[in-house]
Every structure is written in C-alpha cells, then in structure tokens.
Design a protein around this ligand. Structure first.
Ligand code: CA
Length: 240
C-alpha cells in the first residue's frame, strides 16, 4: 500500500527568500509545495486543476495583486474554486486592513515577517477546517458516538471496549476536539477537580499507617481526620 499523496499547497510568492522559507517549512511538515512567481501562472494552475488543498498568495506581485486573484476565486462560479482555502501573505499593515476590510474572502493572512512555526500552525488549521467542511458524509455518520448514560463509545460504528478511566479520557478529549488539553485538565476532567482518586490513595495509605501505629500504641490516636480537608498528626504533649 502506498501512502496517501501529501496535501498540495500552491504558493504564489515572488520573493525568492520568502518562497524558499515557506516551501522548506511546509515540505518539512510533509506537505507538497508548488511555487509560482506570477499571478498569471497561479491563475492558470488553479483554472486547469487539480486544485491544491490550499493557496498561499502574496499580495504585491510583478504582474498584479494577489488580492485580485483571491477575489476572482471567491466570485468564481465553480464552487470548488470559490471554496478553496486561501491564505494571504501581507507585507504591510495597510494590506491587512484591505484583506480584512474589503472582505475579499481570504480565510487567513500572515504578516511578513512570520515565523515558520506560525506558518505551520496557520496552514494546519486551514487544512483541518477545510477537511472537516469537505466531509458531510463523515459528519452524518460520526466517527465517535458517545453514550453518556451507559458510559459506552462506538468508534467507527463498532463498540469500543474501554475501562472507566479510558472512557473518561476519551470523553474529555471529544469535548474539545482540536484543542490541546494539559495533563492537569485531563486529570481534572476524568477524576474531578477535587480528585477522589488522590483522596482514596491517600486514605488507603493513611489507614495502613494508622494500623501500624495502633499496633504498637493502641491508646494513642495520632492521625486525626479532618473531613473534606485532610489529616493531621496529633502528638501527645509529652512527645513534643
Ligand atoms: Ca511580493
């Protein structure tokens, strides 16, 4: 089995240094990049198809303005072209104003200079969003079906055999798809903000410790329980 073809990105950028950085960064992420220098080339490629997964368009180009191409795409009668994810590369704040203010239909923009990390994050986000929008069938038959009452999950139409804690973890992850959940957040989501699991572990060990102390000095109550708060070691006056 061959691996699926990597998503293809059309990059319209006439500045060789920026184009190189963008191409290198995205290729390192496993994406295929097709770079063109001229508006005319980009237009030809887009009209000829097959369409890329995303178009990254510079604004100031030798043969015109990238915003014009974005507008053409959005006004295109072809729905695939009209829906093509577009990210504009802007060099000036005035351009950002125009991208946003004129509502030319770009999905996102990056101001130069930008970090490779920011580029990758934005591109990934756009590709994810486009993939979700392109899958109405998938949404009709969701990948995960959660039965909250029965604490069961169907995955891809099949029941998933999960422990209670695995169920809790998956449930917490499903509640926030596309978001990074810290270990603390997951712990708190699964075990509760005031963790009974921690309490029980502590309780168990306090109990065995208490038993060992009592075995030697049954007349002393050395470990006091404070309900809802914790434990206290209470030393008799003579022992201070
Ligand atoms: Ca340029």
């Amino acid at each position: 089995m061959s691996a699926p073809a990597p998503p293809r990105i059309l990059l319209l950028e006439d500045d060789p240094a920026i184009a190189r950085t963008v191409a290198f960064t995205l290729q390192r992420e496993g994406l295929a990049v097709e770079q063109v220098l001229l508006l005319g080339e980009a237009r030809r490629l887009l009209l000829a198809g097959p369409l890329p997964a995303l178009a990254i368009l510079d604004i100031g180009l030798p043969d015109g303005n990238g915003l014009a191409l974005c507008r053409e795409l959005r006004q295109s009668g072809q729905s695939a072209l009209a829906r093509l994810p577009v990210m504009m590369l802007t060099a000036h704040n005035e351009e950002i104003d125009r991208v946003l203010g004129l509502e030319l239909g770009a999905d996102d923009y990056l101001s130069k200079p930008f970090s490779p990390r920011e580029l990758v994050a934005r591109v990934r986000a756009l590709l994810r969003r486009a993939a979700l929008q392109a899958l109405p069938a998938e949404r009709a038959a969701p990948l995960f079906e959660l039965d909250e009452a029965g604490q069961r999950v169907h995955f891809s139409g099949q029941p998933l055999a999960l422990t209670r804690l695995e169920y809790g973890l998956l449930r917490a992850l499903l509640a926030a798809p596309g978001r990074i959940l810290s270990r603390e957040a997951l712990f708190s989501a699964v075990w509760g903000p005031h963790s009974e699991a921690i309490d029980r572990t502590v309780d168990t060990h306090v109990k065995t410790l208490r038993a060992k102390l009592r075995a030697q000095r049954p007349e002393l109550e050395l470990i006091a329980t404070h309900r809802g708060m914790g434990y206290e070691l209470v030393l008799p006056p003579a022992a201070h």
